[in-house]
Design a protein around this ligand. Structure first.
Ligand code: HXC
Ligand code: NAP
Length: 302
């Protein structure tokens, strides 16, 4: 097994919290997205925050849109201070088309265009199907799948249809092998992967590319914490991943940057799995995950 120094390329910088990086090394041209505007759902935290930062470090202005306006405003301040680009914080619930309509109108008024849409907002938790309520399943489908469709449709109708651009959806590999305790999110993301292809076909003639990035376990994120990432890491389980580790948020931002930019000008309808090979080899052990879930339930009840 290779040790850190033998693994070839160095990893891109990242920080574990929702803060900007203290140093950043450009791998792409710093003006790759110069004067573009990106609309990023869920851009106030986790992977979405880092996508916003990396886009801004490549000359892009961004909108970060989600439910918690206080957290978004704080994030927008940090992003503007670190990069010198504009960042608008807008309250949106992707389940409610009216809120998306209002945010997209405000974006077009204040920033004048939308070149890139990142559908990153999602909700998830570990839960066996037998304990999942009807409303819990519906809630995750509404955020992940309806939310992606709602936002794509509003941005397309109001701007992309006439000007072209790029959409990148943030998916997951959960459905590829029927990940235990993940029927809700796995089903939602599988629907989004199909949506990527349908919209790529229908909107390609209007100059709109539609692609997906499917991350694996990404450290320093809510998803990682909720799905037992720290537990798996401490138990040495990442040694079964071909690349032997979790990914970082900047690595995800770089994959999204590629698909959003003119570097991918002939790429549409594709799903880029950025998971270190994890889905091919990781355990899908229903008993281990049930144990983790029930110990979390007991802890929460105390
Ligand atoms: C079982 C749960 C639950 C849990 C909520 N519910 N949490 N069921 N286990 N842990 C149930 C509730 O009881 C309710 O059903 C229904 O779900 C809706 O819950 P609400 O709290 O009313 O919904 P809402 O306020 O809209 O919040 C949505 C949420 C919440 C998804 C439940 O956790 C959220 O806002 N999450 C956003 C942040 C997030 O999840 N980040 C991680 C993304 S990571 P009843 O029947 O009681 O009414 C990710 C990783 C993918 O997607 C892959 C990783 C490898
Ligand atoms: P996160 O920080 O919790 O990101 C989810 C974001 O979605 C939050 O900013 C949240 O903001 C927003 N959101 C949730 N419900 C919303 C709604 N109804 N309307 C608008 N915004 C909403 O988690 P993350 O781990 O970085 O996940 C980001 C993306 O990566 C998700 O699509 C996830 O499925 C995917 N992913 C993550 C991992 C991982 O290891 N972390 C692995 C595979 C895939 P508000 O609370 O302010 O609304």
């Amino acid at each position: 097994m290779a040790d850190e120094s033998q693994r070839g390329e160095g990893l891109p910088e990242d920080v574990m919290t929702d803060d900007c990086m203290t140093t950043y090394t450009h791998l792409y041209s710093p003006d790759l997205l110069k004067d573009n505007v990106a609309f990023i759902t869920g851009g106030g935290s986790g992977i979405g925050f880092r996508i916003a930062e990396v886009f801004m470090r490549h000359g892009c202005d961004v909108v970060i849109a989600s439910r918690n306006l206080e957290r978004l405003t704080e994030a927008a301040d940090k992003l503007t201070k670190a990069t010198g680009r504009r960042c608008l914080a807008l309250a949106v619930d992707v389940r409610q088309p009216d809120t998306i309509n209002a945010a997209v109108d405000q974006t077009l008024q204040e920033l004048g265009r939308i070149d890139i849409l990142i559908n990153n907002a999602a909700g998830n938790f570990l839960c066996p199907a037998s304990s999942l309520s009807f409303n819990a399943f519906k809630t995750v489908l509404e955020i992940d799948t309806m939310g992606t469709y709602n936002t794509s449709k509003v941005v397309y109708d109001k701007w992309l249809k006439d000007h072209g651009g790029a959409i990148v959806n943030i998916s997951a590999t959960l459905g590829y092998r029927g990940q235990a305790l993940q029927v809700h999110a796995g089903s939602a993301k599988a629907a989004n992967d199909a949506m990527t292809k349908h919209l790529a076909v229908e909107w390609g003639p209007n100059g709109v590319r539609v692609n997906t990035v499917a991350p694996g376990p990404i450290s320093g994120t809510e998803g990682y914490r909720r799905l037992g990432g720290p537990h798996a890491e401490n138990a040495g389980m990442f040694s079964s991943i071909p690349l032997q580790r979790a990914g970082n948020k900047t690595e995800m931002a770089h994959a999204v940057l590629f698909l959003s930019s003119r570097a991918a000008s002939y790429v549409t309808g594709s799903i880029l799995v950025a998971d270190g090979g994890a889905w091919l080899t990781s355990a899908n052990d229903v008993h281990r995950l049930l144990g983790l879930w029930s110990s979390e339930m007991k802890r929460d009840k105390k």
